[in-house]
Structures are given as C-alpha cells and as structure tokens.
Design a protein around this ligand. Structure first.
Ligand code: HEM
Length: 415
C-alpha cells in the first residue's frame, strides 16, 4: 500500500477487512497527521492514526470539541440543537447530562445484571448451537446486546427485532443492505437534521416518546423512567429534544458495538484455536482476554472532533474549524505501544487499548457493561464447544465508522 492509495473516506475500502489496516499502517509510518479529501461528500478531515496523538486529541476537549457546529461560519442553530446528544455536547452541560446515567453504568451497577446476562447467554447459545451450522451474527451476537438494553430500558422482548433493525439502518447508513437512505445520496440531504441523517431516527424518537409518555410521573427504575422523571443536577430539565437524542444514543451505542466485538472475537478464536484452548483450560484468564478481544475487534473505527483553534501537530497546521478524526483502530495496532500488534494474544500484558477512547469526557459510558457482556458470552460459550469452524464467507458492514461483521457462518461440534 502506498500513501497515495490511502482513502479513509471511501467506505468501499473497508469491505474486505484487510485494506483498512494496511492504510492505517502507512499513515502511522509516513503521515501520522494526514489530510483526507472527501470529494463531494464533505470538506475533508485530518486523520490521526498514532496512539499517542489520538490520546492527545481525545483528552483535549477544549481544543478538539465534540460540538460539531461550534464557532463555525455555517452554524445553524436548528441543527445544532436537533442533533445534539450527549456525544455532541461539551462542557458543563455534558457533565450534567452524563451524570444522569453515570450511576447506571458503573462496574458495580452493571454487575447486578450478571445473573440475567448468564441466563440470556445460555438460552441464546443453546438455541443457536443446537442448529449445528448457523450464522453466528444472526443467532448469537446480534440478539444478545440488544436484549440487555431492552431489559435496562424495560421495553418488551417482542420489540427487540425492531430495535435491531433501527440500529442497522442508523449505524449502517453507508451499507446498501441496511440503509433505506444511503448517506451521501441526494436523498440523505433531506434528513440532514437527524442523527446519522437517517429517517429511522424519526421512528426511534416516536417509539421513545411513547415510552416516556407512559412512564412520566411513575416510579419505574428503568433507564427511560430515570430520564423522564429525574432532575438533572443543574436543575435544567431535559427538553423533549434532549430526551429523543439520549434515548436514541442508548439504543444504538451499546448495540452494534458490542455485537461486532463479539463477532470479531468469535472469528479470532476460530482463527487461533490454540488461544481458544488456552482459555478453555483456564477461564480465569478471561478478564485479561476480554481486553485483547476489545483491542483486536476495535468495533468503532473512529470518532470525529472539530478544532476550536489553530494547532500544529507533526508539522501540520490544523486550522480552527477543521475536522479531526481519531482512528481508534489504528491506535490499537500501533507498534510504538503494542508488542507484535497483529498477534492475537489472550495473555497480552500492558494492553493500553483505546477501543472506548481514552481520557476523554466522552469515554464510553457503557464500557463496563460491554466488558461484562463479552466476558459472560465467552465464559458460557467456550465450555460448550469441542470445535468451531467457519462454514462460508464472512460478510462485512460497508462502513468506515463501525468495524462490523454482517454474517459469520459457522459449524460447531458440541463438547
Ligand atoms: C461513547 C465505543 C459499548 C454507550 C463511546 C465512544 C467510543 C465507544 C469509542 C466515544 C469515546 C470518545 O469519544 O472518547 C464503544 C465500544 C463498545 C461500546 C467499542 C462495545 C464494545 C457501549 C455500551 C453502551 C455504550 C454497551 C451502553 C448503552 C455509550 C455512550 C457514549 C459512548 C452513551 C457517549 C458518552 C459521552 O458522550 O459522554 N463508546 N462503546 N457504549 N458509549 Fe460506547
């Protein structure tokens, strides 16, 4: 791969699961702060690909804001409020919004779901494994994280398929198999005020509003009840718009990401049977292994910031208003930080991965939940299996945002 062949704006280059890593390798070596044109699709962005630089950007929310429309000439107040979720808010209001949910996602709080999770995992696995040959994504990884969120939000189990479809349409907005309106298509302009420019967002908003209506004033302990009945610490109630965005974020943020982490881990354990065997022999290695699963999977390729002032990095002049993209996946393969970064090693030590971000006020709120889900999944799965093999071609999500697996056909032999 040569530098001139790198195009991180081209979603097609992310389809084979190989090219992105080669592009990251070249950038880390030759152009760690690299200007990426987006053609007709956008104004371009700076790609940040080394671990240390990503951490610097992620930590410095003053210089690299998550508020996409701040201080820019094209500020459009309507859009600024419509699309502003926790992820796109900075400063004191961000802390206030985050505090509403913080306690629900601490390691201690999520540990309270472990028994439920184990039961759910066992049911999911027993039904899937009995089929012998099946699509691991459809039967296992897609179903699992959304059922956990359904429990936390207290939505009926019957609605989970609907939530999965919405997540696919919203996060998979660059994949023709998922998106009803492809991002960057002329039609997507019509939806530019909506999260991910996806019309599915409207359906999620309507669904969330109905739940809010039913629970307002009640004494429920689910996340929707907490959002509608709690008082934020600055005393400013959530606007209907705040609620819509928060609800949508909770539905999509913990769903696709954890799903893909589980699918990538399954694939890695198929490709590295000796690592699977090591774990099967000693399940106490699992918490350490989960960190390697997360580094290896890197389910979120990137997050974007906007520079609030002129700043220089590696000799490049990043101007106020420029978009700056942190490629977490690339940071997770940085040879400056990880020994043999392309080796999958469940006993890896000093694993300073940045899969959930690092040092940022936006550091993944659901990280403890994701870690728990992945640990329980593989603690339950490995003892049930004597063998597992690929049974066909893997299909990936067409996206430079999520590192996603759409289909993972497998054949299993039970223990
Ligand atoms: C934020 C990754 C699971 C909820 C983030 C960020 C990343 C990320 C990279 C942004 C960090 C930054 O900007 O520095 C992941 C991955 C997951 C995962 C890879 C699974 C393996 C979850 C789960 C939830 C969740 C299970 C639960 C609902 C959130 C929320 C934010 C966030 C609400 C926004 C936090 C804020 O802006 O303050 N996640 N996530 N995530 N994640 Fe996760």
């Amino acid at each position: 791969m040569r530098l001139e062949d790198v195009d991180l704006a081209d979603n097609d280059k992310f389809l084979d699961g190989e090219t992105p890593w080669r592009m990251f390798d070249v950038l880390r070596d030759e152009a760690p702060v690299h200007w990426q044109d987006e053609g007709d699709h956008g104004s371009g962005f700076w790609s940040i690909t080394r671990h240390a630089d990503i951490v610097r950007v992620d930590r410095d929310a003053e210089t690299f804001t998550s508020m996409k429309f701040v201080n820019l000439e094209e500020v459009d107040e309507r859009q600024a409020t419509i699309r502003r979720s926790l992820l796109e808010t900075d400063g004191p209001r961000h802390s206030v919004l985050r505090r509403i949910m913080q306690r629900e996602f601490t390691p201690r709080a999520v540990a309270g779901y472990e028994v439920f999770l184990r039961g759910l995992t066992a049911r999911t696995l027993d039904a899937a494994l009995a089929k012998g040959t099946f699509d691991f994504v459809k039967e296992v990884s897609a179903d699992f994280p959304i059922n956990v969120l359904a429990k936390m939000l207290d939505v009926p189990e019957d609605d989970t398929q609907q939530l999965i479809d919405w997540g696919n349409r919203i996060i998979g907005n660059t994949d023709p198999d998922y998106a009803d309106v492809l991002l960057h298509s002329a039609e997507s302009e019509k939806y530019r005020d909506l999260p991910f420019r996806s019309p599915a967002s409207i359906e999620v908003f309507e669904y969330g509003r109905e739940l809010a209506r039913q629970r307002r004033g009640g004494d429920g302990t689910d996340l929707v009840s907490k959002l509608v009945n709690g008082t934020p610490s600055d005393g400013v109630p959530l606007s209907p718009n705040d609620f819509d965005n928060y609800f949508l974020l909770l539905v999509v943020a913990g769903n696709e990401t954890t799903r893909h982490a589980i699918s990538h881990t399954m694939r890695a354990l198929i490709d590295h049977p000796e690592q699977a065997e090591k774990l099967r022999q000693d399940l106490s290695l699992m918490p350490n292994a989960v960190e390697e699963f997360l580094r290896w999977a890197s389910p979120v390729y990137h997050f974007r910031r906007t520079a609030t002032r002129d700043v220089e990095m590696h000799g490049q002049k990043i101007a106020e208003g420029d978009k700056v993209v942190m490629w977490f996946g690339s940071g997770n393969r940085d040879e400056r930080v990880f020994d043999s970064p392309y080796t999958f090693d469940v006993t890896r030590q000093n694993n300073d991965h940045i899969t959930f971000g690092k040092g940022s006020p936006h550091f993944c709120l659901g990280n403890a939940l994701a870690r728990l889900e992945i640990r329980v999944m593989f603690e339950e799965l490995l003892p049930r299996l004597a063998d597992i093999k690929l049974a066909g071609d893997i299909r990936r999500v067409r996206s430079n945002f999520v590192n996603g697996i759409k289909e993972l056909p497998v054949t299993v032999t039970l223990a």
